[in-house]
Design a protein around this ligand. Structure first.
Ligand SMILES: Cc1ncc(COP(=O)(O)O)c(C=O)c1O
Length: 388
């Protein structure tokens, strides 16, 4: 069979077999409700406690600071709507950045339509938020700032310590969407001025449909889901024990990989991939920052080619990639992230994202480097856009 290479780990990761193995008994034998008082319930409760500890220790948090949610989007919504609402009597001005995931941007938009004033900070050509811009935007009635740890489309890692430090100085809550960063680069909330941080299991070899919000002790949020009072009153509903257990195992394994320097191995492969693409594809350039970048993330702009066409041809050649210009709602608008870093529409349409994982080898990278240039050549030969 011809070689197949999965290079779309930013979209989702395969569930590690050990994670599946850890989850299965909680579907079959240990099916108790963790809120029940009998042995079955106690078994489920202690598995949840263990998983909460595993997720907490990945980011240096206390177990009680971890709230399990139904994924990254829900955790973002809980942080943003929950904090803005809880502090609405103190102020109604909230701040975010132009390149956030829609789970954040649309939560802000919704609040903007419901009595809050929203400031959206611009980013520079590398996708970085300026600490000075943030400092200048904070007002006496600002209650919350949300700026992502690392961007899913262009891989840029923000100066989170500095941005969070400004918020702390000014007494403003700071949330960061850490979905792309957690488990992939060292990250410790004991040394970072971060009040809330979002994670999603399926980006770190865990199952889909489970995420977590780190909420620093003492911070009050208004829940989105009311009911039985589970998750410290912040997310009612009977807990999804198998997914929680899977997330715990995935987090523990991610911590182990980080301690062994897996992120450094991936960064070397990423750089080989970036250098290889830049040297073999004429006029291509990297989107996002070269230096402040997720270790597993490579993203490019390939002028005079449509992103979707590249992705389809790569798929045919056995390579899973993605393009930032992929439409999310049927429109063909290029991504808000690429436009925000200043790419004109025609260039934003030629974006290509290749994201590596723990099982990616040098041979995989070299395979991509062997199939990509001829694909680009074919597409350019067919393209109505010729080099000026
Ligand atoms: C940066 C970022 N935030 C949030 C999300 C949403 O996470 P989920 O798919 O678990 O809801 C994603 C998923 O792609 C993401 O990349």
């Amino acid at each position: 069979m011809s070689r197949r290479v999965y290079m779309d780990h930013s979209a989702t990761t395969p569930v590690d077999p050990k994670v599946v193995e850890a989850m299965v008994p909680f579907f079959t034998e240990h099916y108790g409700n963790p809120n029940s008082l009998h042995g079955w319930g106690k078994e489920a409760r202690s598995a949840m406690d263990r998983a909460r500890g595993q997720v907490a220790s990945l980011i240096g948090a206390e177990p009680k600071e971890i709230i399990f949610t139904g994924g990254g989007s829900e955790a973002d919504n809980l942080a943003i709507k929950g904090a803005a609402w809880a502090m609405r009597d103190r102020g109604r001005h909230i701040i975010t950045s132009a390149i956030e995931h829609h789970a954040v941007l649309d939560a802000f938009k919704w609040l903007g339509k419901n009595g809050f004033e929203v400031t959206v900070l611009p980013v520079d050509r590398e996708g970085l938020v300026s600490p000075e811009d943030l400092r200048g935007a904070i007002r006496p009635d600002t209650t919350l700032v949300s700026i992502m740890f690392a961007n899913n489309e262009i891989g840029t890692v923000q100066p989170i310590g500095e941005l969070g430090g400004i918020c702390r100085e000014r007494g403003v809550l700071f949330h960061t969407d850490g979905v792309q960063a957690a488990g992939h680069m060292p990250l410790d909330v004991r040394s970072l001025p971060v009040d809330m941080l979002t994670m999603a299991a399926h980006k770190m070899y865990g199952p889909k449909g489970i995420g977590a919000l780190y909420v620093r002790r003492g911070i009050k949020l208004t829940p989105l889901i009311h009911g039985g009072g589970q998750e410290f009153g912040l997310r009612s509903g009977t807990e999804n024990v198998p997914l929680v257990v899977g997330f715990g195992m995935a987090a523990e394994m991610a911590a182990e990989r980080l301690s062994k320097g897996e992120h450094e191995r991936e960064a070397q492969l990423r750089d080989r991939l970036i250098e290889g693409v830049l040297s073999s594809v004429e006029d291509s350039f990297v989107t996002g920052s070269r230096t402040h970048r997720l270790p597993f993330h490579a993203s490019f702009c390939i002028p005079r080619v449509e992103g979707e066409a590249m992705v389809l041809r790569l798929d045919f050649a056995g390579v899973a990639a993605s393009s930032g210009s992929a439409c999310t709602s049927g429109s063909l608008d290029p991504s808000h992230v690429l436009l925000s870093i200043g790419l004109p529409h025609e260039l934003a349409h030629g974006s290509l994202r290749l994201t590596l994982g723990k099982d990616t080898t040098q041979e995989d990278v070299d395979h991509v480097l062997s199939v990509l240039p001829p694909i680009i050549k074919t597409l350019r030969d067919m393209s109505p856009y010729k080099k000026a």
